[in-house]
Design a protein around this ligand. Sequence first.
Ligand SMILES: Cc1cc2nc3c(=O)[nH]c(=O)nc-3n(C[C@H](O)[C@H](O)[C@H](O)COP(=O)(O)O)c2cc1C
Length: 216
Amino acid sequence: MSSKNPRTLSEAIQQRRATPSFDGSPIPAADLKQILQAGLHAPSGYNMQPWRFIVVQSPEQRKRLRTASYNQPKVEEASAMIVACGDADGFRTGDLEEMLRLGRENGMPENYAEQAKNNIPHYLSTHPNMVMWLNRQVMIAFTHMMLMAEVMGYDTAPMEGFEQEKVREVLRLPLSYHVVALLAVGRLAGPDKFDGGRFEMHRTVFGEEYGKPLKV
Ligand SMILES: Cc1cc2nc3c(=O)[nH]c(=O)nc-3n(C[C@H](O)[C@H](O)[C@H](O)COP(=O)(O)O)c2cc1C
């Protein structure tokens, strides 16, 4: 959808398309910040906020990122590329302390804080699938940003077509970082993508248990 006007969340959800190409126009820093802030406001397990976002705007970096993304032209055409990552080591390197500091400042009960200090490192250091845990958290922040951009009148494209190791190299990511997805933000150029439609509810939603229809 190429609307350049703000729209409601319902409109954004209905009208959003995975934008096929962008016009390359710059995005004001204040708008970019508003989009990023929406991501940072997302919920996460234990409020651990393991997401990390690398914003790529320079033509040189976008060119390199494009080569790491199966040469998808959108990477160079978008106003900004937000590379959404998760840090598997965040809880060991200061995030836990910062989460507790902020929490205490904002009314976290002391007995909760004390328990969290012990439980969270145990939970995360023994987690059977840290990449899955990171994906779960980061995609919520990613979706917050995508919808905020759409509500503001921008066009977006979520992207999983990239090579993990190549993106890591281009962005010089620490070893503990896992790249989750790329979000292109900008203005549509040319015709928008067709609306592929969505499955009927009875196909994907059940009531009470698998296979039973939900009565709505
Ligand atoms: C996580 C994710 C990754 C995607 N990766 C790509 C991608 O790398 N390249 C692309 O052209 N489209 C990509 N898409 C867009 C999907 O193909 C698109 O969302 C889907 O066909 C539904 O179309 P719509 O978003 O316009 O409703 C991705 C979508 C999601 C949600």
